[in-house]
Design a binder for this molecule. Structure first.
Ligand code: E4P
Length: 220
């Protein structure tokens, strides 16, 4: 079970990394734009904060371009950066090549079990089905995770990890885990929501108040 942060905001990454349970980070061109910072600078900083896999996405549309961008990213960025490739025929060929060179990949923008299967066949390290964006269309994103995990169960030789992405709420995370997804990537807000419960806060208030009285009575 792996928990990734889906952001290019280094302050958020520092905050959640301090919890001690962060396994990796995913970025994409939109998240880099939102950060307002230089792509390679921000990814290098992220890679220094979190030792786990950090996804950096290629933007070329042709196989050669994806391969040369992927190789350049691997040359220029820290060793824990992995290459995010779109789920297209050109992306499959790039994935196959990068895998043959021992470079870890994350095949992104996956919206069907058949796409996930093709990415696994190409040797992807991770495959990223986008749950929330499917929900946004009125379909059931979680059904896709169920279909992928069911397919994976038929082929124990598949080593590609299912990285559930486009997470919108804490229930998405729990449902993905109950279906056996290997990894979930989520915004910092969802990490915080997963850890928050009003009864924990109320219980802690009560304990602290009572302990203050124990101390005041000289019994601590
Ligand atoms: C995954 O790697 C993507 O960066 C991300 O999960 C997309 O999520 P969104 O649909 O919230 O943009």
């Amino acid at each position: 079970m792996e928990f990734f942060l889906d952001t290019a905001d280094v302050d958020e990454i520092r905050e959640i990394a301090a919890w001690g349970i962060l396994d990796g980070v995913t970025t994409n061109p939109s998240l880099i734009k939102k950060s307002g910072r230089d792509f390679k600078t921000v990814v290098s900083e992220i890679a220094a904060i979190c030792p786990g896999p950090i996804s950096a996405e290629v933007t070329a549309m042709d196989t050669e371009g994806m391969i040369s961008q992927g190789l350049a990213l691997k040359d220029d960025l820290p060793g824990n950066v992995i290459i995010k490739v779109p789920c297209t025929p050109e992306g499959l060929a790039a994935t196959k090549f990068l895998t043959s060179k021992g470079i870890d990949t994350n095949v992104t923008l996956v919206f069907s079990a058949s796409q996930a299967l093709m990415a696994a066949k190409a040797g992807a390290t991770y495959v990223s089905p986008f749950i929330g964006r499917i929900d946004d269309t009125g379909a059931d994103g979680m059904q896709l995770i169920a279909e992928i995990m069911q397919t994976w169960a038929c082929y124990p030789e598949i080593t590609t990890k299912v990285l559930a992405a486009s997470i919108r709420h804490p229930t998405h995370v729990l449902s993905c885990m109950q279906l056996g997804a290997h990894t979930v990537t989520m915004p910092a807000k969802i990490f915080r929501q997963l850890m928050t419960h009003p009864l924990t806060d109320r219980g802690l208030d009560g304990f602290l108040k009572d302990w203050a009285e124990v101390e005041a009575a000289g019994n601590a």
